[in-house]
Design a protein around this ligand. Structure first.
Ligand SMILES: Cc1cc2nc3c(=O)[nH]c(=O)nc-3n(C[C@H](O)[C@H](O)[C@H](O)COP(=O)(O)O)c2cc1C
Length: 372
């Protein structure tokens, strides 16, 4: 018998109206294989279908509009061609009895004029330059100071989210995840270090939460709250190394309360600094945030099966998302069930390139996994 066949983490579970095969979620991962028009390649359907053993897949972050783009070769969901390509992906995952949510993205200031027509500046709540550099078509470049959005422009961005949510429906997704983590546009509004606005979208905590909540409400209008999740990263310091908020727990406590009141399906919490550590610093308690939310709680960041089992037993999470381990282990759930060794994905395959190092990882018995 497989070593971990009885692990509670690997048993079926129902959240909202979604029946999942297990409590493992494939975390969203940008892999930069789309073309310059933001259309995912054919082999993206293989890649996602090969990983359909996960209880739920959350796709790579997907731009809601041309303005939303921050990195080369990231996919979009605002054109017919993009919708058609995503339809291939969802059909392939559904053929393997998987469930898949689309992650809706606007990068805000984490972008560069090289990504925008006419070299336009990236937009943000306030004209505050991120620390460091960003990847553009030909390597790394320094961030620039973004253009602060005018109040009247915000309703157009909300409309972009709404249309992206509608397009996700047309593309056959099971639901959507609003990306409000890792210091992209929505988090830039939430944080007091990146939002210095003086209109009704800045200043008080209530004002800083206004735009993200209006976005979430627009998406909920399209999908219903029980098909909408949200990703947050209270302790991420990206793109630098310093805390982004003067009172992280107060900010995220209020945010989570408001999201809970909207009846969202789940919050997807990156615990600690994304990929780097799992420390609960700055007065943040993940279990306290979890307790304030009525829907499901997806825990993320450096989870192993053992840590997921411990956390589930403590009642501190419902689902567990795993990112990097899914890159080289398409059949990760089977491997966890069998206690089989896990393959390592060299970093050169993480972003960019083609099907190599992406849709060609073998299963644990060296078998080529079925295509689409
Ligand atoms: C190659 C790569 C791409 C990522 N892209 C995204 C993304 O598009 N959206 C997102 O919310 N997080 C993204 N992340 C963060 C992961 O979802 C996850 O939070 C992180 O890898 C920590 O989980 P892990 O320790 O299981 O890998 C990315 C991580 C990696 C390694």
């Amino acid at each position: 018998m497989s070593k971990n066949v009885n692990s509670p983490v690997l048993q079926p579970v129902t959240i909202g109206r979604l029946q999942l095969k297990n409590r493992i979620v494939m975390a969203p991962m940008t892999r930069s294989r789309a073309d310059d028009a933001g259309v995912p390649p054919d082999y993206a359907a293989d890649y996602y279908a090969q990983r359909a053993e996960a209880g739920l897949i959350v796709t790579e972050a997907t731009n809601i509009s041309a303005q939303a783009r921050g990195y080369p070769r990231t996919p979009g969901i605002w054109t017919g061609e993009q919708i058609a390509a995503w339809r291939q992906v969802t059909a392939a995952v559904h053929r393997r009895d998987g469930k898949i949510f689309l992650q809706l993205w606007h990068t805000g200031r984490m972008s560069h004029p090289d990504l925008h027509a006419g070299g336009a500046l990236p937009v943000a709540p306030s004209a505050i330059k991120p620390e460091g550099q960003i990847r553009v078509h030909d390597g790394m470049k320094d961030f620039v100071t973004p253009r602060a959005l005018e109040t009247h422009e915000l309703s157009a961005i909300i409309a972009d989210y709404r249309r992206a949510a509608e397009n996700a429906k047309l593309a056959g997704f099971d639901g959507v995840e609003v990306h409000s983590a890792n210091n992209y546009l929505l988090e830039q509004f939430v944080r007091d270090s990146t939002n210095h606005r003086t209109d009704q979208y800045g200043g008080s905590l209530e004002n800083r939460l206004r735009f993200p909540l209006e976005v979430v409400k627009a998406v909920v209008d399209v999908w219903g709250a029980d098909r909408v999740g949200i990703r947050i990263s209270p302790l991420t310091t990206a793109p630098g190394n310093t805390p982004l908020d003067s009172d992280t727990m107060a900010t995220f406590g209020a945010y989570v309360d408001a999201l809970s009141a909207l009846g969202l399906l789940y919050i997807h919490d990156i615990e600690g600094v994304t990929q780097l550590n799992r420390e609960a610093t700055d007065g943040v308690s993940f279990s306290a945030l979890r307790a304030r939310f009525h829907g499901a709680y997806i825990a993320n960041n450096q989870y192993t099966l053992a840590l997921a089992e411990q956390t589930l037993a403590a009642g501190d999470a419902d689902l567990f998302s795993i990112g990097r381990r899914f890159i080289a282990n398409p059949d990760l759930v089977s491997r966890l069930r069998d206690g089989a060794p896990l393959a390592e994905a060299p970093r050169e395959y993480w972003y960019g390139g083609d099907a190599t190092g992406y849709a060609d990882w073998p299963g644990m018995r060296g078998d080529v996994l079925a295509q689409q």
